[in-house]
Design a protein around this ligand. Structure first.
Ligand code: DOR
Ligand code: ZN
Length: 347
């Protein structure tokens, strides 16, 4: 049995670091990734290049001195985003991508897009400049069942946008369905898809069977088992279009454990150990590097990280905190429900 593997340092192509005390508390747990796409859904959201640069500087200040992480900033697309601001922020090297949240789809998405025709000039400018669009792919139509919102979004919104905007590079963020996997596979090299750690591990039973478990609630919500299996097959396939975006999304327990609790799983502290476990289960440890370290960088037109990490399988499970403190608040770390024998080390 393989008990030690060495990978190019992984990247996280979808990460929430928040701001203030939460930023200070959670950022060190992502410091071992080489690069991370930083989500802009702060309150208020990151909508200008100047705001993205200021946020990048706050992230840098929150990183330990030895951190590998280089934050890759994004702008939050709104109905009134100016195409010239987006291309200027990209040309200045401030942003790597733009994030599309349909208004009301998820946490802090109130300023998101309400009318996809209004953002057409921005999308055309992005296609021209080669700036990727990271898409939260769920419709917000209350008539659509929450478990169908990803599949309906692909038909009603994503496919029409892609057809009308040739050349637009799109990342389907945190896909959760076999329909998402199939649509990602139908595209060319202008289409990628991130898969989270938690969606490889849980299905909707984890949230709802035997009691309601808010720490497994995220958006898009975990689906039935057939979809989880489709995601595992995609992630471990080695195909270039699939790559890691943890969507690690910390919330204080005081906001999760509520009659109306927030969506988000905080996986930054144990993501690589969980992924090694999943890839070992699927007999695909030799493809973990493609998923976590190579495919995303290639999609974004970047070289792989030059340094390496080692994952070693030991008899004693890897330790990680059950909770962390963030200011006066507590944040619960994602519990995969099994011991983690793969330990993350520098190579
Ligand atoms: O579960 C989620 N949490 N999904 C999202 O899309 C947003 C995120 C957050 O910001 O908490
Ligand atoms: Zn997210």
């Amino acid at each position: 049995m393989t008990d030690s593997i060495v990978l190019c340092r992984p990247d996280d192509w979808h990460l929430h670091l928040r701001d203030g005390a939460m930023l200070a508390a959670v950022t060190p747990f992502s410091a071992g990734f080489g690069r991370a796409i930083i989500m802009p859904n702060l309150v208020p959201p990151v909508v200008t290049g100047a705001q993205a640069a200021a946020y990048r500087d706050r992230i840098r200040a929150a990183l330990p001195e030895t951190a590998a992480l280089v934050p890759q900033m994004t702008l939050y697309l709104t109905d009134s985003t100016d195409p010239a601001d987006v291309t200027a922020a990209h040309e200045a090297g401030i942003i790597r991508a733009v994030k599309l949240y349909p208004a009301g789809a998820t946490t802090n998405s109130a300023s998101g897009v309400t009318d996809f025709d209004r953002v057409r000039p921005v999308l055309e400018a992005m296609a021209g400049a080669g700036i990727p669009l990271c898409v939260h792919g769920e419709v917000t139509d209350p008539a659509v069942d929450i478990f169908d919102r990803e599949a309906v979004f692909i038909d009603r919104v994503l496919d029409p946008i892609r057809r009308k905007t040739p050349g637009l590079r799109v990342v389907m963020e945190h896909i959760t369905t076999s329909e998402g996997v199939a649509y990602a596979r139908s595209g060319g090299d202008d289409l990628g898809a991130t898969i989270t750690t938690h969606h490889l591990v849980i299905n909707r039973n984890a949230i709802l069977a035997g009691g309601i478990r808010p720490h497994y609630y995220c958006l898009p919500v975990a689906k039935r088992e057939t979809h989880r299996l489709a995601l595992r097959e995609a992630a471990t396939s080695g195909e270039a279009r699939f790559f890691l975006g943890t969507d690690s999304a910390p919330h204080p327990d005081s906001a999760k454990l509520q009659p109306c609790g927030c969506a988000g799983c905080f996986t930054a502290p144990n993501t690589m150990s969980i992924l090694a476990h999943v890839f070992e289960d699927e007999d695909a440890l030799d493809r973990l590097e493609a998923f976590a370290s190579l495919n995303g960088a290639a999609f974004y037109g970047l070289p792989p990280n030059e340094d390496r990490i080692r994952l070693t399988r030991r008899e004693t499970p890897a330790a990680y905190p059950a909770t962390i403190a963030a200011g006066d608040e507590t944040v619960t770390v994602f519990d995969p429900g099994f011991p983690l024998y793969w330990h993350l080390e520098d190579a």
